[in-house]
Design a protein around this ligand. Sequence first.
Ligand code: GDP
Ligand code: MG
Length: 439
Amino acid sequence: SLAEKLQDTFDKLRGKGKLTEKDVKAALKEVKMALLEADVNYKVVKDFISKIEERAVGKEVMESLTPGQHVIKIVNEEMQELMGGSKEDIAISSEPPTIIMMVGLQGSGKTTSAGKLARKLSKDGKNPLLVAADVYRPAAIRQLQVLGERLELPVFSMGEDSNPVDIAKGSINYAASHNCDTIILDTAGRLHIDQEMMEELENIKGTVEPDEILLVVDAMTGQDAVNVAKNFDQRLDIDGIVLTKMDGDARGGAALSIKAITGKPIKFAGTGEKLADLETFHPDRMSSRILGMGDVLSLIEKAEKSIDQEKAKALEEKLRKNEFTLEDFMEQMEQVRNMGPMDEILGMIPGMGGAKQLKNMQVDDKQLDYIEAIISSMTPEERRDPEVINGSRRKRIAQGSGTSIQEVNRLLKQFRQIKKMMKQLNSGKMKKGGGLNLP
Ligand code: GDP
Ligand code: MG
């Protein structure tokens, strides 16, 4: 992947004590190749590399104590700049409703992103209304209604026989009478840029005057996504971009070129099919992620959102009293899981971005699945006190969870080790804090 290639290049740079101009140029050539392979626009790559070269071959860098780090820092700064510098929020109207219009080609992820955005806004205390203005695909209205039901948010539709402009207009009255402060219009797309589609979108825009036009593009389509964005922007003067399917095998090209080519910022990134899989796009964090410098801030935010503070406190209490059970262990694991797939979480930790390291870690989601299945197959008594689990019970648990006795044994052994470790930690803590012989 792009990240792996760049990290290899930088590892080589770091490894060298002093850098010559030739070293830097060779490294930048590798960066250039990696970017082109990742489907970043050629002109964007050329400008990017020449900017870095200008800054990186100077005396200041070459003679610094850590020239390698210095070059990487410059690449990081320029990459962040390339993606827009800092994060850009969506426009909120001073007078409700705020109208957000989602546009984009068919299949880019408009409807899904409309639902994700509604979820996000509602978590931020807004009262969003989803509007089904795609009347061409038979299942489109239903799809939005299903999302609305799952989110427990209202969906406005007027059926398939209505005109999208009328629907958009009608939704404003509906929002006013239902206390909704934000309208999210899910519009129709086509497979390709198409005159009729653009005219319809222009008509909706002219009629309801949205505060924010968000173009949804599929990151997997690389430079095509960038061309699509250019086209939409010329017709509609969009305000921002939602880059979807960033979880897929995206080569990074769209994320790195789209701002430079269109001048419009990426505001959100879609990172999966679930409603929670939408991240505010931070150019600085994305850049450090691509360069393998980790994304600790996103990780902390994720943890704060998914870890239940009260449960964490209760757990601490149990640990202190040495009452930690397999049930607690499973709950802990579920909380970690809420944060997302293991490899994604580890990818945000500095130095763990490379796939090579991840494979050695052996904490894949499958293993977590096993552990959960095993614990679920135990009786409450067994979970509280695993010492009661004898040979025949182990066999039954293995069968019940679709695993093997070896797997059950391994888990019980791990659990025993964890408990032992906690006991040691606890007694250590007691000595330090609990001793009364203070000077
Ligand atoms: P629309 O035609 O533009 O409304 O696209 P949809 O919202 O119906 O999405 C098309 C497909 O892409 C669906 O199967 C979605 O689940 C999927 N999808 C949308 N966003 C993402 C994303 O960020 N990641 C992944 N993996 N799939 C996505
Ligand atoms: Mg749709």
